[in-house]
Design a protein around this ligand. Sequence first.
Ligand SMILES: Cc1ncc(CO)c(N)n1
Length: 223
Amino acid sequence: MKFTDELRQKADPIYEAIFGHPFVRGIAGGSLSGEQLAHYVRQDFQYLTVFCQVYGLAISKSTRREDIEFFNEQIRFILDSENHPHRNFAAVSGHSMKELEQAATLTPTARNYTRHMLYAAHSGTLGELLCALYPCPLTYWEIGLRLKEEVRPDDSHPFREWIEFYADPVVGDICREFASRIDRLAADAGAAERARMEDHYLTSCRMEYMFWSMAYDLEGWPV
Ligand SMILES: Cc1ncc(CO)c(N)n1
């Protein structure tokens, strides 16, 4: 079995928990509050900024031109395309993107997740770095596919744009690009590095679940 298939299998209970998470159910049912949506977008805007920074670190660890090109394209994808789902949530929340893009303190969970990615990137190999990033596109691609199938959103669905963005085959292609690189790097890695790759991947899957909870519960710092 491919390394990425093994990882997906090990993380299956976490994926199932994500599909059933009240925020994801709220996207399906169109039943999230303006505050929950705005809290999500404020934090996710900054999360994606760190994601671009980590792609920069991935470039610095790459020797193959095809890899440098892929990471470069992915930075452009975040900057040019991934603002569409944010705009969908912002519009429904009644806030402008200008407002939600203002620097805000990272919540404990957003801080934890972004520091986890930065740590994996700074301390690890390219394979370790990619394993910390991969649950980001993969969980959203699978959420998109499931919600599209389940809801079959039409024009009257408030989150049609969000669902169709992540269910688009382009996101599936990105996931396959990640998987082929991770599988190639895992084949060349020793047992200790592969164990770190798995640990980073599973941690990010758990962080994805917690990110949804952070938004749903309007998490902030207790003091
Ligand atoms: C936290 C998080 N995970 C994944 C994605 C998908 O890119 C996102 N925008 N935010």
